[in-house]
Write a protein that binds this ligand. Structure first.
Ligand code: MG
Length: 337
C-alpha cells in the first residue's frame, strides 16, 4: 500500500466563534491509500487544543508511510502498529483509519455501514451549530437554519440567557447548548437552571475538562442532562467520567477514527451512558465517515461540512436534518464536480 497526504484549507462561511476562540479557516489534510488500482480516502482535522496541527499530521503520515504493509484488511494490526510508532496524534491516525475502511469497502464493493453490519435507515439526525455572536445575530442565524430540527448553540459568554431567549423567540427547534468548558461550576449551575425553562435537550461540557468534581456538582444541581466532550477524548476516559455525566461526545478526530469510535460506543453503553457523535470543521469526507456509524448513537452533531463554502467532496447528505448515508462502496464520497 502507498499513502500520500496533502493539506486542504476549508473556508468557514462565517467566522466560527466558541467560548475559547474564533476560526475562519480549518487547515486539514486529506490522505489517500493506493492499493491494486483502488484508492481509499481519509481526512485529518487537527485541533491545537488536542496538540495537533496540519504540519504534525503530515509528519505523522510520512512516518507511517513505510509501515502499512500490503494487506488493507489487516486494519487491527495496521492501526495498532501506528500506536507503537507515535503516541497521541489522533486526527492523523483517524485519517489512516478512515482511508482503510474506505479502501476495504471499495475492494468488497460494499458501503462502510454494511461492512459494520449497520442499518442505514437508523442513521441519526444531525444538529446545526450556531457559533457565538450577539443575541440578535444568533436569532437571525437560527431563522436561516430553519430547515434543521435540532440546533446546537455555542454558549459560555456573559449573554447566554439573552442568546437562548432570542433564539427561542424565533425557533421551536430542539436546542442543545455547548459551553466548551466556558463556565465555572457555579456559573454553570446558575446558567443551566435559568436556561432549563427554554426546554434545553442537554448541555455539553459546561466546565473545565479535568474538573470532574465540578461536573458532579453541576449534574446534582441542574435538571438538564450533561454530556462530556473535552473531558472524554479516548476510550480510557469513559470509566473515569461515567459517574459524573449522562453521556459522552465521541469524535473521530479525538479518538483516532472509526475503529476507536466503535470501541468507545460499546464501552459507553456498558457504563449506561448516552452516546453522541460530533465533529470538528471537516469536509464531507470525514463527516461521511462519522455518519456511517450513526445507527449506533443517540445524538449526532455532524455539520462541519455545512459550515464551509469550499467542500471538495460530496458524500452523506442531510435531508430535513436526517443524515442520509451514501450507498456506494466504502465511505461513498466523491470529488465535487
Ligand atoms: Mg462540544
Amino acid at each position: 500500500m502507498h499513502i500520500d497526504a496533502k493539506p486542504i484549507d476549508l473556508r468557514l462561511t462565517t467566522p466560527f466563534r466558541i467560548s475559547r476562540g474564533v476560526q475562519s479557516i480549518a487547515s486539514n489534510a486529506v490522505v489517500q491509500i493506493n492499493f491494486n488500482g483502488h484508492t481509499g480516502y481519509g481526512e485529518a482535522a487537527p485541533d491545537e487544543f488536542y496538540g495537533e496541527t496540519v504540519e504534525t499530521v503530515l509528519a505523522c503520515i510520512t512516518q507511517f508511510a513505510g509501515t502499512l504493509g500490503d494487506d488493507p484488511f489487516a486494519i487491527e494490526d495496521i492501526l495498532n502498529n501506528l500506536e507503537h510508532i507515535i503516541r497521541l496524534n489522533p486526527s492523523a491516525k483517524a485519517s489512516v483509519d478512515m482511508a482503510l475502511y474506505d479502501l476495504v469497502g471499495k475492494l468488497l464493493g460494499v458501503p462502510v455501514y454494511k461492512l459494520l453490519g449497520l442499518n442505514p435507515t437508523h442513521s441519526a439526525y444531525t444538529s446545526f451549530t450556531l457559533g457565538i455572536d450577539s443575541p440578535t445575530n444568533m436569532a437571525k442565524k437560527a431563522l436561516m437554519a430553519r430547515d434543521y430540527p435540532i440546533l446546537k448553540v455555542k454558549v459560555g459568554t456573559k449573554n447566554d440567557i439573552a442568546i437562548i431567549d432570542a433564539i427561542r423567540e424565533v425557533s421551536s427547534a430542539t436546542i442543545r447548548v455547548d459551553a466548551n468548558a466556558g463556565w465555572t461550576p457555579k456559573e454553570a449551575i446558575k446558567t443551566i437552571n435559568a436556561l432549563a425553562p427554554y426546554n434545553i435537550e442537554f448541555v455539553e461540557q459546561p466546565t473545565s475538562p479535568r474538573d470532574l468534581a465540578g461536573l458532579k456538582l453541576i449534574r446534582e444541581n441542574v435538571p438538564v442532562p450533561i454530556i462530556a466532550d473535552e473531558s472524554c477524548v479516548t476510550v480510557e476516559d469513559i470509566p473515569r467520567v461515567a459517574k459524573y455525566v449522562d453521556g459522552i461526545n465521541i469524535k473521530l478526530m479525538k479518538c483516532g477514527g472509526i475503529r476507536h469510535a466503535l470501541k468507545m460506543i460499546h464501552v459507553a453503553r456498558a457504563h449506561h451512558l448516552q452516546v453522541m457523535i460530533g465533529c470538528m470543521i471537516e469536509s464531507s469526507l470525514a463527516i461521511s465517515a462519522a455518519a456511517h456509524i450513526t445507527p449506533l448513537v443517540d445524538y449526532a452533531d455532524l455539520d462541519g461540512h455545512l459550515l464551509i463554502d469550499n467542500d471538495p467532496y460530496e458524500g452523506v447528505s442531510v435531508v430535513n436534518g436526517k443524515l442520509t448515508l451514501p450507498d456506494s462502496p466504502g465511505l461513498g464520497i466523491k470529488a465535487r464536480a
